[in-house]
Design a binder for this molecule. Structure first.
Ligand code: PGA
Length: 262
């Protein structure tokens, strides 16, 4: 894993958008895996401004979203479909047919999940997968105890995740208990993974994911197995890492000899 520590949230988003821009320049039909939540919002703002300033064209870009609430309906304001439209897609020139997402109410759940995996494979796999991290260590909605080789599937949300979502719902009866999510095995097949984390409330789980044992109890710890996983953290999220001075030194030294992040 490459641990990149930045002074603040804005710098985390800047670093992630710079990595995506560099990759897109080499491959205009870049395949991006996208996450929702608070963390990637600043990254999406930057991608929008790269587009508006003419530095990045999304006409050939292909996206796959990580997850979706089950049963909510895509037009619901808390659905991830709605989130992606309002925070990214309606501001850039993505082709609708290049936007892929898990549906909220598929007729045949298992077939829908298998078809999603097939679609990812048919475009050559995900080049860069963006991830946030839940306070319980989930990536996507792969909650603690998810199989580390899991594929896209229906998953029950933990009470903690349901409670975190509940504040965003006016009607508590609508708060979803289930989701569809890419599996951990699916995520691990992405060529590059960018995990973004910001803030003191992520410091403990970041330390467990990066420096703790590999365990299904902390699903993000599986990124220790990935050869191109980069964790881009602000100072607060990095504050409990034992080796943070080493990570900082390694990143700065590599940049100075021209082998920094690509
Ligand atoms: P957050 O969510 O970005 O809103 O903190 C992250 C997650 O739960 O994956």
């Amino acid at each position: 894993m490459e641990i990149i520590i930045k002074p603040d949230y804005q710098a985390v988003c800047e670093e992630a958008s710079a990595i995506i821009l560099r990759a897109w320049k080499k491959k205009p039909n870049l395949v991006l895996g996208l996450a929702t939540g608070k963390t990637p919002l600043g990254l999406y703002e930057r991608l929008i401004s790269l587009h508006k300033s003419g530095q990045m064209d999304f006409a050939e870009v292909i996206t796959f979203n990580l997850d979706e609430y089950f049963g909510l309906g895509e037009s619901h304001p808390q659905s991830f479909a709605h989130y992606m439209d309002s925070h990214l897609f309606k501001h850039i020139n993505m082709r609708p047919e290049n936007i892929h997402r898990l549906h909220s109410r598929p007729e045949d759940i298992e077939e829908h999940c298998r078809a999603y995996e097939r679609k990812i494979r048919s475009v050559g796999g995900i080049d860069i997968q963006i991830l946030g991290i839940g306070k319980n260590g989930h990536i996507g909605f792969n909650e603690p105890s998810s199989s580390l080789t899991s594929r896209t599937r229906l998953k029950a949300l933990t009470r903690e995740t349901v409670e975190a979502a509940a504040s965003l719902f006016e009607n508590q009866e609508e708060v979803p208990r289930f989701c569809l999510t890419m599996g951990i095995g699916t995520i691990l097949e992405s060529k590059t993974i960018l995990l973004l984390a910001s803030g003191e409330d992520k410091a403990d789980i970041i330390a467990r994911a990066i420096e703790g044992p590999l365990t299904a109890f902390v699903p993000a710890s599986v990124l220790q197995l990935h050869p191109q996983a980069k964790c881009i953290l602000d100072e607060q999220a990095a504050s409990r890492l034992v080796l943070k001075d080493y990570y900082r030194w390694a990143y700065e030294t590599k940049s100075s000899i021209g082998v920094g992040p690509r």
